[in-house]
Design a protein around this ligand. Sequence first.
Ligand code: AMP
Length: 410
Amino acid sequence: MKVLVINAGSSSVKYHLYNMPEAEVLARGVVERIGEKNSELSHFFGDKTYTEQTHVKDVAEAMELVLDTLVREDVGVVKSLSEIGGVGHRVVHGGEEFTGSVVVDEAVIASIEKFADLAPLHNPPNLAGIGAVQHRLPDLPQVACFDTAFHSTIPEVAYMYALPYELYEKYHIRRYGFHGISHRYVARRAAAIMDKDKYGINVITCHLGNGCSITAVKQGRSVDTSMGFTPLEGVPMGTRSGDLDPAILFYLGDKGYGVNELNTLFNKKSGLLGISGASNDVRNLVKLAKEGNDRAKLAIDVFCYRIKKYIGAYAAVLGQVDAIVFTGGIGENSVFLRSQICEDLKQIGVELDQAANEATVANEDQISTSDSGIKVFVIPTNEQAAIANDTYKLTKSGRRENRNRTTVMS
Ligand code: AMP
């Protein structure tokens, strides 16, 4: 059975076509710069690449382009779209309603629409992707995989903010957490590598990419995570501040900063970029720091320090930690940062194998010594494979109805 995985954002649509259950990628690609004159499709199939420059107005048009490309005689990989048995979508916000991936029906669509209030930049393009498939292939089952769902097991004590309770009741202000598909995928991989049941280990998963979040996984379930009501909370990121004293907002408000300006300042101009004044990209910062740029070094130091604090906090939350996992662009590639983050963690049982760390770039491996109390792994994330897997499980029978709201959390 073929499964199409869609990750639709406001300016790009990424896709992977899988043959399941083998999880073989038949084609993948991306439509970038949606809404601009110079939109571009990059399509990869076998060992070939096809690119096309064309104006793509919105997500719906991008989806049309993707579906048309998949069946083209010259660059396509299927004869007819009827060969596809299910479409899985990454959906950012599932509120408190979704505890796993679910087959899309009208009620699910209405809920995703409702939660657009909590994720105004993400849920609308996610929905547009679902709508475009529905329009073109109304009988094809679709599955929504939520970034928040893995964190639905976080207990009240960890998701409540110490604000008046009415704000939770009225506005649903609480910790939701994000990157859940990635945290779940790497936690399951860690269990598999350690030859343990997926519900048999405690792991601290560090997703360090453009966005960064750390999750405490107890016996296979998320019990706390660093991102909160929005992806702004937690460790500093490429351009996001992460945790800070909320009084800074009032102070800057008094100084004349407006709400939109503060939003841009904290989301787009802070983090590694804000401190360094030079770049949000760890590759550039490491290079600059080695050349003697103090602010680049400071940005890296703050980043690593704050990650280390979360690891320590989550070690306390979990009681016993079997493994720490690094994933995401930084976690998978930056030997330098992994080494700095794990420095001085011997007290909690972490001992990095420097040679193994240096040898592990963008591949899966253990980077701790064989007698390290806590194993440390680099595990490249694969959110699309996790979505393909959930979609396959929910749609392989060909049924589209969703009466009992069956969810999967593989
Ligand atoms: P992601 O959002 O997971 O694609 O991660 C993107 C980020 O990963 C970039 O902004 C870089 O900071 C970081 N990154 C990617 N490749 C490398 C590398 N080879 N070394 C260090 N950092 C990297």
